[in-house]
Design a protein around this ligand. Structure first.
Ligand code: F6P
Length: 540
């Protein structure tokens, strides 16, 4: 039985250091160059982690922990294409999806980089045809509405990126994302769509996902009911999948299937054919710039010393907060309106990857793993949940993501946005003492002063991007991907499977008739009671 990382001397040292860590106020007082000592830059972005409750000793010991856990050799094993997703016996090679043209990558004797570029060329041909009005619907009209049907990784990545990159979008194309099996979602998307000019992009790695297939069937019925001849459906449906046969069985013309491969995990797949909606919306050149940004981060991750390696530093800060300071959550606050779906995207990336409780050897971990992640674009979050971040009894670290460039160009807005962001992290770090409150308000009773005190000492990082472009978005998402991987190595878990979603899926299949009589005798009384309540309601 392997020794748990939490039983190693280094872990104990780190815990001792955490127990004695000075406050952020003292850390800043003790080191006037703290920002210089606790920040790093790469790929057009700056990571300021000086407002984390960390000192040089803790940082050095965290770097030692990364080395102890073999982060470098595990990283190299992933990048080499070893089957590190051991429960599915799969390589994890989303990095190959962003290799520049002309580079090769051998997996089991096959140059998979060449396959990737073949599909990229297919995506270019198709997206150009749609965008230039050459791809015609069943009445000979150009496509004007794109509906991406997919869920999880087949929805969140493309959706997040399309919102972020909207300034590059083609203005005569409208785009909708349908994910929920709740019929209201697809109904709303179709409400104002014109069947003659609508294209459905059915995105599903496995092509067996119940939500996606249900929505895709409804979309096909809608087309047929609106007069699309069955033999013309091919003009309105394309599929993105590793399961080319199932897509063909569904009725999608083989030439309209954009393939990808099992070595690209669902939540790591926006760089593959799954990104077709991004290419349709902003063009293939922009999509390839996004890949280039991610590739730049891949090179940084592979080559930079751990001390300056952004994904490694971010991962270690997370481990420090979660495992040693006992801070279980992470709030993501992008101060950029076009990053509104970044928190949702990262929620899947982090929580589906590292929401695990057994090690690679199958032993129950005796430490906490993935953060509980949530977030909202600033400044909106400030007027919603930030109260708890500032004064709640639970301390929640925050990643502020902020963009320097003002591409909206409206007087006053960008300065106000950035000022708010920097003010939040300063307030969380340094707070406001009773003395300061009293000096401001005078000698009021304690019950009037205490609620205005801010304890401070609440850790945050700030990730500052020069600008939000396809390239910087690609680099930023790759940064978080690699951060998640490094954490999984330290926690000794497999970040690339997701068995936790399977049980719910199979139980939903058992319950699909909603018939109380159809469920097994040993079903719990709650589930039976709920089914009976629905049955009674349907009868009235
Ligand atoms: O939620 C489980 C999951 O398998 C995710 O990992 C994946 O992104 C999503 O379902 C959708 O799967 P698919 O792309 O195969 O439809």
């Amino acid at each position: 039985m392997a020794i748990s990382v939490s039983r190693t001397p280094l872990w104990c040292l780190l815990q001792q250091r955490a127990n004695n860590m000075p406050s952020l106020k003292d850390l800043f007082r003790a080191d006037p160059q703290r920002f210089t000592h606790f920040s790093a830059s790469a790929c057009g972005m700056l990571l300021d982690y000086s407002k984390q409750r960390i000192d040089t000793t803790a940082k050095l010991n965290l770097l030692a922990l990364a080395r102890q856990q073999d982060v470098e050799s595990r990283r190299d094993a992933m990048l080499r294409g070893e089957a590190i997703n051991h429960t599915e016996n799969r390589a994890v090679l989303h990095t190959v999806l962003r290799l520049p043209k002309g580079e090769s990558f051998d997996l089991k004797g096959e140059n998979i980089a060449a396959d990737v570029h073949k599909v990229l060329a297919q995506m270019r041909g198709f997206s150009d045809a749609v965008r230039e009005g050459r791809w015609l619907g069943y009445t000979g009209k150009a496509i004007r509405t794109i509906v991406n049907i997919g869920i999880g990784g087949s929805d969140l990545g493309p959706q997040m990126a399309c919102i972020a990159l909207a300034p590059w979008s083609q203005k005569n194309l409208s785009l909708h994302f349908v994910s929920n099996v709740d019929g209201r979602h697809v109904a709303d998307a179709l409400a104002n769509a014109d069947p003659e000019t609508t294209l459905f992009v059915v995105a599903s790695k496995t092509f067996v996902t119940m939500e996606t297939l249900t929505n895709a069937r409804t979309a096909r019925e809608w087309m047929l009911n609106h007069g699309c001849p069955a033999d013309q459906i091919r003009q309105h449906f394309v599929a993105l999948s590793t399961n080319v046969e199932a897509a063909a069985e569904f009725g999608i013309a083989p030439e309209n299937v954009f393939p990808f491969w099992n070595w690209a995990g669902g939540r790591y797949s926006m760089w593959s054919a799954i990104g077709l909606s991004i290419a349709l919306y902003v063009g293939m050149d922009r999509f390839e710039e996004m890949l280039a940004g991610a590739h730049e981060m891949d090179l940084h991750f592979a080559q930079a010393p751990l001390e300056q390696n952004l994904p490694v530093l971010m991962a270690l800060i997370g481990v420090w907060n979660i495992n040693f300071l006992g801070l279980q959550a992470l709030s993501i606050a992008p101060y950029h309106q076009r990053m509104t779906r970044v928190p949702a995207y990262l929620q899947q990336l982090e929580m589906e990857s590292n929401g695990k409780s057994v090690t690679r050897e199958g032993q129950r971990v005796d430490y906490t793993t993935s953060p509980i992640l949530f977030g909202e674009a600033g400044t909106n979050g400030q007027h919603a949940y930030f109260q708890l971040l500032h004064q709640g009894a639970t301390i929640i670290p925050t990643d502020f993501i902020v963009v320097a460039e003002d591409d909206a160009g409206l007087p006053g807005h960008n300065k106000a946005l950035l000022a708010n962001c920097f003010a939040q992290s300063k307030a969380m770090a340094l707070g406001k003492t009773m003395e300061e409150v009293r000096a401001e308000l005078g000698d009021l009773p304690e019950k009037m002063l205490a609620p205005r005190v801010f304890e401070g000492n609440r850790p945050t990082s700030t990730l500052l991007l020069d600008s939000l472009t396809p390239r910087s978005l690609g680099a930023m998402i790759a940064l978080y991907e690699h951060k998640v991987f490094v954490q999984s190595v330290i926690w000794d878990i497999n970040a690339f499977d997701q068995w936790g979603v399977e049980l719910g899926k199979s139980l939903a299949q058992q319950l699909i008739s909603l018939d109380p009589a159809a469920v097994k005798e040993d079903y719990d009384s709650s589930t039976r009671g709920l089914l009976q309540a629905i049955r009674r309601r349907d009868k009235t």
